[in-house]
Design a protein around this ligand. Structure first.
Ligand code: DX5
Ligand code: ZN
Length: 225
């Protein structure tokens, strides 16, 4: 059964935007549900983007709420500051966190949605008993670090197992995918149970980013069940 377009979230990644024209780039994605902000520290991943000060300015400028994806070492130390600056959601990597549940509680106490992300090779079964501790789970569909990579279909069985388990437990956790999401792959991820989609190149690389968002949302809704 297809779901309603309103049940699907499309979060464009500003990694694919023009960094020196950020305000204008943000204005091109008014149809987005959240702006996905990729924080990379050149340590957890082999790339460097921006940190707290920059995200603070994006938060002050963006009409759309922020979905911060922390690809950093030691999120236990750094993640709460992103919640404090007003990010709507803060997602850290399971592989990097020392005490993921305690960290999620701190994020929620500050008022952010708490998210946890897993790289393509990280199993999801360890999250089954933690579904209530998180508001969203991000299944990476590429190796984190760079935009413009190809979607990895081998991550889909894992996503499907997670979606089945969440449904079985009556969980309301959002299931997010990130990496290589575009027309042609978003349908596969939606079919496997994702409801929240990050797209960088497919949105900012389009002539009309807002139209691309609307089309992606509709494609996902049509293939969700
Ligand atoms: C990759 C980032 C993604 C990236 C997605 O490590 O987490 O959010 O921006 O870019 P596309 O959609 O181009 O694969
Ligand atoms: Zn991301």
């Amino acid at each position: 059964m297809p779901v309603d377009d309103a049940d699907i979230r499309i979060n464009p990644s500003i990694l694919a935007a023009d960094f020196v024209n950020m305000q204008a780039e943000l204005a091109r994605i008014a149809a987005a549900d959240f702006v996905h902000v990729d924080v990379m520290d050149n340590h957890f991943v082999p790339n460097l983007t921006f940190g707290l000060q920059m995200v603070e300015r994006i938060q002050a400028t963006s009409p759309v709420p922020l979905d911060v994806h922390l690809m950093i070492t030691d999120p236990d130390r750094w993640a709460p500051a992103y919640a404090e600056l007003g990010a709507a959601s803060v997602t850290f990597h399971l592989e990097a966190a020392t005490e993921p549940v305690a960290l999620a509680r701190r994020l929620r106490a500050i008022g952010a949605r708490a998210g946890v992300a897993v790289k393509p090779a990280t199993p999801v079964e360890g999250l089954f008993d933690l579904l209530d501790d998180f508001d969203q789970i991000l299944v990476m569909t590429v190796e984190p670090g760079f935009g413009g990579q190809s979607f990895m279909p081998e991550t889909l069985p894992k996503l499907r197992r997670l979606a089945d388990e969440a449904r079985r437990r009556g969980s309301e956790v959002w299931l997010q995918v990130d990496g290589g999401i575009a027309p042609g792959t978003i349908e596969l991820a939606a079919e496997a149970g994702a409801d929240t989609f990050v797209a960088g190149s497919a949105v900012f690389g389009a002539g009309d980013p807002d139209a691309a968002i609307v089309a992606l949302r509709h494609a996902a809704a049509t293939h969700s069940h």
